[in-house]
Design a protein around this ligand. Structure first.
Ligand SMILES: [Zn+2]
Length: 129
């Protein structure tokens, strides 16, 4: 399903392929007018013999908190993109259940993500919860 809000050209303009290809997963927060508020990638942190990995959406919400983005900008949209090096195309980037609850708790207006068909789709059940 094609993107309706914000318009496709705005969302296409947010795609920075270089960043995505390098990081594999990128989450981008933007306003309804397409103004980018923050970008984040997956991050692995090593310490005391352990490895913790933080998903891009989690890192993104941390940044939004620091920016006081909700208070300053109101409605915030998020797009999550995954690039598959083996397919050389977009791949499924639907937020996992943990990230979904982090994004919902922060009050993200709508989530878009790349799917396995190479499309960027709107999260169908976002407003139902
Ligand atoms: Zn996740």
């Amino acid at each position: 399903m094609p993107i309706t809000i914000p318009d496709t050209s705005v969302v296409r303009g947010l795609i920075d392929r270089t960043t995505i290809i390098k990081a594999k997963v990128v989450a981008i927060a933007f306003t309804s007018s397409g103004h980018i508020l923050a970008r984040a990638t997956n991050k692995a942190i090593f310490g005391m013999g352990n490895k913790w990995s933080y998903h891009a959406e989690h890192m993104l919400v941390n940044k939004l908190h620091k920016l006081k983005a909700r208070e300053r900008y109101g409605k915030i949209f998020v797009m999550v993109l995954r690039w598959s090096r083996s397919k050389m195309d977009w791949a499924m980037a639907k937020p996992c259940s943990n990230c979904e609850s982090i994004l919902r708790k922060y009050g993200i207006e709508m989530v878009y993500y790349s799917d396995n068909d190479g499309n960027i789709v709107k999260h169908q059940s976002w407003k139902n919860n």
